[in-house]
Design a protein around this ligand. Structure first.
Ligand SMILES: N[C@@H](CCC(=O)N[C@@H](CS)C(=O)NCC(=O)O)C(=O)O
Length: 201
């Protein structure tokens, strides 16, 4: 195997954070774009839990959590503060984001209640972004794909909320070259395809 293999899905925020770390570190992988309803056999063999992203290293190690992929690629040890924000994102914010975005997937859901609950996190994040020192690039990359998803659900509403630092931070990330590379489109990988290397050097 020439490069580590990354099973990824373009629109998944967990996969985005993993790809952002790969772009930042100029780490090279063979990218395999997955359609979740048609997961490749090989991916299910190495990671039966069936979520993306999954990184398979040359020595056979499988990393199947996005944050652990970031940590490996960036050689990143999270500070206590970084851990705090990632946990709030992955547990609290993601919980409300899913219920705000996909209320029909749950029973007895009031999407506005979940939007309000998610907004508490965003107000705190806004305050944190306004203070010095700023947050690290790695932490920023671990968080912004989820905020992007929340923002895109109702952009008109999102854009008039009182979180100017979040708006500015999100825009800066979405407009970055690194994010453009991260979001380049790849067709679904099928066994036997020639390898697509990512990130391009
Ligand atoms: N904790 C995992 C979560 C990954 C995850 O849930 N990814 C979603 C896509 S965004 C997925 O693969 N879901 C499986 C499915 O929808 O069947 C991580 O951080 O990598």
């Amino acid at each position: 195997m020439a490069f580590p293999i990354l099973y990824s899905f373009r629109r998944c925020p967990y996969a985005m954070r993993a790809r952002m770390s790969i772009v930042r570190a100029q780490f090279q992988v063979e990218l395999r774009e997955v359609i979740l309803r048609d997961r490749p056999e090989h991916m299910m063999e190495i990671s039966p839990k069936g979520t993306v992203p999954v990184l398979l290293l040359a020595d056979g190690t499988v990393i199947e959590e996005s944050l652990e992929i970031m940590q490996h690629v960036l050689d990143w040890t999270l500070s206590e503060e970084e851990q705090h924000w990632v946990s709030r994102n992955d547990d609290e914010f993601k919980f409300h984001l899913d219920r705000y975005k996909y209320p029909n997937r749950y029973e007895d859901i009031d999407e506005v209640e979940h939007r309000t609950a998610a907004s508490l996190y965003l107000m705190d994040l806004d305050e944190r972004l306004a203070s010095e020192p700023g947050i690290s690039e790695a932490l920023s990359d671990a968080l912004f794909p989820f905020v992007r998803q929340f923002a895109n659900h109702d952009r008109d509403w999102f854009d008039v909320q009182l979180w100017s630092h979040v708006l500015e931070w999100l825009a800066k990330n979405l407009e970055s070259e690194a994010f453009k590379v991260c979001m380049k489109k790849h067709k679904q990988w099928v066994a036997g395809d020639t390898a697509t290397t990512f990130a391009p050097s």
